[in-house]
Design a protein around this ligand. Structure first.
Ligand SMILES: Cc1cc2nc3c(=O)[nH]c(=O)nc-3n(C[C@H](O)[C@H](O)[C@H](O)COP(=O)(O)O)c2cc1C
Length: 338
C-alpha cells in the first residue's frame, strides 16, 4: 500500500506532503474509530525496554521535527511507536526560514532540511499536550532556543522551557545540534555547554525541590563533531548530571550523494547519514561507559539498521527519514525484527 501513497506524496512539494500526512494523522488519531483502525493495522509486538527510569513498550521512537507543535500525538501513538518526541519547541512562536526549506534526495533516500524551528511556541504546545491522551507511549519534548535569542542568553530560553514542560513530558531533550539556527551548535563547545547545562541542572533542582518534577533530561548531539569535540561534549553532559544522549541530529556533510538538491544548505538526514551516525554512536557508547542510556538516530532505514544500533550499545532508536521512504509500517517491521 505505501508505494502507492508514496508515489502520490512524492509528486507534492516535500513540506506540503508533510503537512498533509501530519493533518491526516491528526484527524485519524482524534476519532475513536479511525484511531482504533490505525492501531489494528500498525500494531507492533510488545518488546519492552527500561531506560531513563521509564518503560518503553518497544525501542522504536519517532525523532523530533515530525510533529513540532504536538498536534498529532493521538495519531502518532497509534502507529506502533514506543515513544514520540515532539518539537523542537521554542519559547515564543516563530516562522522559521523562508520556503522552500525541505528537499528530497530520492536516489540517495535522503532529505535536506533548513526549517529553522518554525512553530507555534511553548504556550500552544503545552496546551496541546494537556489535551492529548497519550495512552501507552512515552512522550518526549525537544527544546530549542528562539532564533532572535542571543547565544549568551540561550540558557534563559532552555530553563524557561524546562519549567513549562517538566510536568507535561516523560522526558526532555536539550537540542543544541540543529544546523539551521545560527550559532546553535556552538553551544556544544565545552565551556558553553558546561555553563548551559549548569543552568539547566540548577533549574531542575529548584523545580524538583518545589514540586517534585523530575523528568529525565537528554542532550541531542550533532554527527559533525570531531572526536575531541565529542569527548568534551559527553564529558560536560556526564559532569552536569544529564540523564542520556541522543546521537545524532542531521549532518552538514555532503559526501557521496547522487541526487539533485545536494547543493541546498541545511541538515542532511536518511541513508547517507547512516555510517557517520553509527561511528558517533560507537564513540558515545565508549565515552559514556554505561553511565547513561543512549538513543540512536540517523539513517535508520531498515530493521537491520536498527538491530545494529542496539547491538552497538544504544538502548533505543529513533526514525524520521526512513518513514518518508518506507512508510509507517517501518515501525512494526523493525520491532518484529528485533
Ligand atoms: C524535516 C526534518 C525536520 C527536523 N526537525 C528537527 C527538529 O526540530 N529538532 C531536532 O532535534 N531534530 C530535527 N530533525 C532531525 C531528526 O530528529 C533526526 O535526528 C535526523 O533526521 C536523523 O534521523 P533520520 O536519518 O532517521 O531522519 C529533523 C529532521 C528532518 C528530516
Amino acid at each position: 500500500m505505501y508505494p502507492f501513497v508514496r508515489s502520490f506524496l512524492f509528486r507534492l512539494d516535500p513540506e506540503t506532503a508533510h503537512q498533509l500526512t501530519l493533518q491526516t494523522l491528526r484527524l485519524a488519531g482524534d476519532f475513536p474509530l479511525s484511531n482504533w483502525f490505525l492501531r489494528q493495522v500498525y500494531k507492533a509486538p510488545s518488546k519492552p525496554v527500561r531506560a531513563f527510569g521509564l518503560t518503553f513498550k518497544n525501542p522504536v521512537g519517532l525523532a523530533a521535527g515530525y510533529d513540532k507543535d504536538a498536534v498529532a500525538i493521538n495519531g502518532l501513538s497509534a502507529l506502533g511507536f514506543g515513544h514520540v518526541e515532539v518539537g523542537t519547541v521554542t519559547p515564543k512562536p516563530q516562522a522559521g526560514n523562508p520556503k522552500p526549506r525541505v528537499f528530497r534526495l530520492v536516489e540517495d533516500e535522503a532529505v535536506i532540511n533548513r526549517m529553522g524551528f518554525p512553530g507555534k511556541g511553548a504556550e500552544y504546545v503545552s496546551t496541546r499536550l494537556l489535551r492529548s491522551a497519550r495512552n501507552d507511549i512515552v512522550l518526549g519534548v525537544n527544546l530549542g532556543k528562539n532564533r532572535d535569542t542571543p547565544l549568551e542568553e540561550a540558557a534563559g530560553d532552555y530553563t524557561a522551557l524546562l519549567r513549562r514542560f517538566m510536568f507535561h513530558a516523560d522526558y526532555l531533550t536539550i537540542n543544541i545540534s540543529s544546523p539551521n539556527t545560527v550559532g546553535l551548535r556552538r553551544l556544544q563547545g565545552r565551556e558553553m555547554l558546561e555553563s548551559l547545562l549548569s543552568a539547566i541542572h540548577k533549574e531542575r533542582q529548584s523545580i524538583s525541590l518545589g514540586r517534585g518534577g523530575n523528568a529525565p533530561i537528554l542532550v541531542k548531539v550533532a554527527p559533525d563533531l570531531s572526536d575531541d569535540e565529542l569527548d568534551d561534549a559527553i564529558g560536560a553532559i556526564l559532569d552536569k548530571g544529564m540523564d542520556g544522549v541522543i546521537a545524532t541530529n542531521t549532518t552538514l556533510a555532503r559526501d557521496g550523494l547522487w541526487s539533485g538538491h545536494q547543493g541546498e544548505t541545511g541538515g542532511l538526514s536518511g541513508s547517507p547519514l547512516r555510517v557517520r551516525s553509527e561511528a558517533v554512536l560507537s564513540r558515545v557508547v565508549k565515552l559514556v561507559n554505561g553511565r547513561v542510556p543512549i538513543i540512536s538516530a540517523g539513517g535508520i532505514m531498515t530493521p537491520e539498521d536498527a538491530r545494529k544500533r542496539l547491538a552497538l550499545g544504544a538502548s533505543l532508536v529513533q526514525v524520521y527519514t526512513g518513514l518518508i521512504y518506507r512508510g509507517p509500517g517501518l515501525v512494526r517491521e523493525i520491532v518484529k525484527g528485533l
